[in-house]
Design a protein. Structure first.
Length: 104
């Protein structure tokens, strides 16, 4: 009876050892999965940060180009307005000079 009881206890210990091994193996697999997920998340986060940075840089370049084109158009329109004013003043001067000569 004592030997039988001892064998049952011995079997119980083997089962506990086996279960602890599977528990350790399961915890290792969970840690490995968690580590893999964190690596994937870090890579994904890095990729999205890179995409966001490139998008912001392209947006900045687009806005800078738009500002340069706007400044160029403003310069051209200012030049044309000044030319028109200059020609109008020349015409006015000629007209007044002719008018003055005719009236004398």
């Amino acid at each position: 009876m004592f030997v039988r009881r001892f064998l049952q206890i011995e079997k119980g210990f083997k089962i506990v050892e086996l279960l602890s091994f599977f528990f350790n193996l399961t915890s290792f697999i969970i840690e490995l999965t968690d580590y893999s997920v964190s690596i994937v998340n870090d890579v994904r986060r890095g990729f999205f940060n890179m995409v966001r940075t490139v998008r912001l840089e392209l947006n900045s370049e687009f806005i800078n180009s738009f500002c340069e084109v706007t400044k160029l158009l403003l310069d051209i329109s200012s030049f044309l307005i000044l030319q028109w004013e200059n020609s109008f003043l020349d015409w006015s001067k000629c007209f007044l000079t002719d008018f003055n000569e005719v009236s004398l």
